[in-house]
Design a binder for this molecule. Structure first.
Ligand code: GZL
Length: 323
């Protein structure tokens, strides 16, 4: 990675953690945040960056950790409504089952902003959604594999994210689109590891046992880096070399995947910014101060990283962001 782009990367990361001063639009406003849990390094970083972004703006953030349960998120939203908060941030664990409670927030005239995942609900039930293009993330991962294997036969095993979540649905869709015209590449096994390291390891152990000790597996596609890191351990325990015997491609670009790249154990990761809250607070600030409604979907970038991109520098730039 050229020195200039490394400096740009570091500057970008510093901006995440900077204490830039902000207009006082949100100062003193109470905003509820219903967070899914802490299932992955990326989720932990999203939480810490959200708290940093709130502090920069003088927002009083009411934080609720749902421990992966939708009913806890619904309870938290109802509690925020009862407290009369100014706005609600929601990272929805799954896509369905939100119409009623989002309707209650709308009736209470409390704007809701979705973070990092989507909902199957009428769009007038939320002010805006800040998330990546998850189909694109899957496609970028699939395109990388197509370019890497060429015409060679390649059996892929897939570690899916949380069942019913938009990232799991969309990343699978994008990856399958990317490999659709390349009949030499086939997904031979696919199962949820619920975005966690431990379940990713467990599921990959099962795949390796079922596929001739892993000798018939050419690549592992994991919907997030945490499951990939768990899968990498399972591949090593089976006596194979991750990154060589079995290619490893995943999504999030958390610090630990760059450690794996430095060890030659991961081949590619598609970046997901943990800073969804910055654009969310900016949209709320403009909405409260001018009544200006934001775009319905605010899409964050998806950049591919490989070991050619100086993983050590990227690791250093990310390691203090709360992953
Ligand atoms: C994707 C986000 C996913 C991350 C995982 O936008 O919802 O949830 O990719 C996390 O690490 O569990």
């Amino acid at each position: 990675m050229k020195i200039l782009s490394r400096l740009a990367l570091a500057a970008g990361m510093m901006a995440l953690a900077s204490t830039a001063s902000y207009a006082d639009g949100l100062k003193g406003k109470v905003i509820g945040f219903s967070q899914i849990g802490s299932e992955s390094g990326w989720r932990a970083a999203e939480t810490s960056v959200t708290k940093m972004e709130a502090e920069k703006r003088g927002v009083v953030l009411k934080f609720a950790d749902a421990q992966q349960k939708q009913e806890n998120q619904i309870k938290a939203i109802r509690s925020f409504i009862a407290q009369g908060v100014s706005a609600i941030l929601l990272a929805p664990v799954v896509a369905t089952g939100w119409d009623e409670v989002l309707g209650e927030a709308k009736d209470a005239k409390i704007p809701v902003v979705l973070l990092d995942r989507g909902v199957d609900a009428p769009q007038d039930l939320y002010l805006t959604s800040v998330a990546s293009d998850q189909v694109k993330e899957g496609r970028v991962a699939g395109d990388w594999l197509v370019k890497t294997v060429g015409d060679k036969p390649c059996n892929v095993v897939e570690l899916q994210g949380t069942v019913g979540s938009t990232p799991a649905i969309n990343r699978k869709k994008g990856f399958e689109e990317a490999i659709a015209d390349h009949k030499n590449i086939k997904i031979i096994r696919s199962q949820t590891g619920d975005f966690t390291r431990s379940q990713g390891k467990q599921v990959m152990e099962g795949f390796l046992k079922a596929e001739n000790g892993g000798k018939d597996i050419c690549a592992m596609f994991a919907h997030n880096d945490d499951m990939a890191v768990g899968g990498i351990q399972a591949i090593k325990d089976a006596g194979l070399k991750p990154g060589k015997d079995i290619l490893v491609v995943s999504i999030d670009s958390v610090p630990d995947i760059f450690k794996a790249m430095m060890a030659g154990e991961s081949n590619a990761s598609v970046e997901l910014t943990p800073n969804m809250a910055g654009p969310a607070f900016d949209a709320l600030d403009a909405y409260f101060s001018t009544g200006k409604k934001p775009e319905k979907f605010i899409i964050t970038e998806s950049k591919l990283y490989t070991p050619a991109d100086d993983p050590k520098a990227v690791y250093e730039a990310k390691k203090d962001l709360g992953y």
